[in-house]
Design a protein around this ligand. Structure first.
Ligand code: ASP
Length: 424
């Protein structure tokens, strides 16, 4: 019997964890870093390599299929509304949880001091990174979406939104010009689309090995375990919130708005979720998310190739929930009281910060600095949560990707319904 891909990925992950754990015990960490980790890096590079071409080609062929502009704006409006709804829900849940559990109160004076000292340097790097963002005007995010050079944007994985903007303009142009002239261009991109999907199939053959290497490297590179205990409650609070989103909120949305059964949804999305978990990057996972949604859930390609690339960059429920919990946790741990107004402000800043986060590992933590700054919580508090950020990143990225897929299914089914109405 041929084992399904997500089982192979899961087995790769578990074996990698076990292998890394054993190598750590035998103090062979350098061996893993030198000889195993590179395969993980190669795998992630392969996925990143295909991300920009995939977005360009799939978005153009998706847009070309829409055939008229009113369809596009209806699709866009619906997508953005759903993305905002899920993000704000996530932050709110995070805030509620952090206020109920009060994870920050579990930290004792001693471990607080040791954490602050241990990670002060690392935290400083992140603070500097975010400072650059913070020193700009209120309209900077808008300015940032518009590239001054398309090729520069396309050659940088961090400027996906810029690429998307150009491609949307290109797609609109393609819809508006004479059909006879548009056809060869559309056909070209459709063919190209198939080629890229084929390449992704090749890359995914290497997934089990790639995640094995990633997990093994993670195990040997995790800093000192002794501090982990103090952070357990905080970590569990974040994870509990993320699990709530994953297994209560999204299934609820699916039941409410679509005919897709949650069980089928999760089975179809398993490869993407596992990959998100092991790469901590929604952008790197995007090719597989697309494949799962289009092939396994049989969602219209024209909807998926518009909604998913956008979601990978702007819709990060897991990240926003995490930012809310982390901000409150740090404030509690440092003994800073937060009034209701500040907490409501966190809903806004965490939503915006999650939209602004790049879909790469640790991006959510960089943007957390902005949430902290707005709420008047010392940014150095970041040092408190540094040690367990990576595992939390894995969970929140899985939620980010699940949310994108869930919204895609909802948008697709509302488009379906409209079609039916027109027919009758
Ligand atoms: N790693 C996350 C993602 O790619 C972003 C984050 O750091 O929260 O979705």
């Amino acid at each position: 019997m041929k084992l399904a891909l997500h089982w192979k990925i899961l087995i790769g992950m578990l074996l990698g964890l076990l292998f890394g754990f054993l190598m750590d015990i035998f103090e062979q960490n350098q061996l893993v870093v030198d000889w195993v980790k590179p395969f993980g890096t190669i795998f992630i590079n392969l996925l990143k390599m295909i991300a920009v071409p995939l977005i360009i080609v799939s978005l153009i062929s998706g847009l070309a299929d829409l055939k008229d502009i009113s369809k596009l704006s209806a699709l866009g409006g619906k997508t953005i509304r759903m993305y905002l709804l899920t993000t704000v829900t996530a932050v709110t849940i995070g805030l509620l949880l952090a206020n109920i559990v009060k994870p920050g109160n579990y930290i004792n004076e001693e471990s607080r001091k040791s954490l602050l000292v241990n990670f002060a340097g690392d935290a400083a790097v992140k603070i500097n990174l975010a400072q650059e963002t913070k020193n700009t005007g209120p309209l900077q995010p808008l300015v940032d979406i518009v590239p001054d050079n398309f090729f520069a944007a396309a050659s940088n994985n961090a400027s996906m939104l810029q690429v998307i903007l150009f491609v949307i303009l290109f797609g609109i142009g393609l819809i508006l010009i004479d059909e006879k002239k548009a056809k060869p261009v559309v056909d070209f991109f459709k063919g190209l689309n198939d080629v890229i999907l084929k390449i992704i199939e090749f890359i995914m053959l290497a997934a089990p090995i790639g995640v094995f290497a990633l997990m093994a490297a993670l195990m040997v590179e995790i800093p000192d375990f002794s501090t982990l205990q103090a952070l357990l409650v905080y970590g569990l609070t974040v994870i509990f919130g993320l699990l709530f989103m994953m297994y209560v909120f999204y299934p609820g949305l699916l039941l409410l708005f679509t005919k897709v059964k949650p069980k089928r949804f999760f089975k179809a999305m398993a490869p993407a979720q596992l990959l998100a978990f092991s790469t901590s990057s929604s952008a790197a996972t995007l090719p597989v998310t697309m494949e799962c949604v289009i092939d396994n859930l049989e969602i219209d390609e024209e909807v998926a190739s518009f909604v998913l690339p956008l979601g990978a960059t702007v819709n990060m429920d897991g990240t926003s929930l995490y930012q809310a919990v982390a901000a409150i946790f740090i404030a509690q741990a440092l003994g800073i009281p937060l009034d209701l107004q500040t907490q409501l402000m966190i809903i806004l800043t965490a939503s915006l910060a999650s939209i602004g986060s790049a879909a790469v590992p640790s991006a959510g933590m960089v943007m957390l600095v902005i949430v902290l700054g707005q709420a008047g919580i010392p940014e150095a508090g970041l040092a408190l949560i540094f040690a367990i950020d990576r595992p939390l990143d894995m969970f929140r990225t899985a939620v980010n990707v699940t949310s994108d897929a869930c919204v895609t299914v909802i948008v697709a089914s509302s488009v379906e319904k409209k079609k039916h109405k027109h027919k009758h």
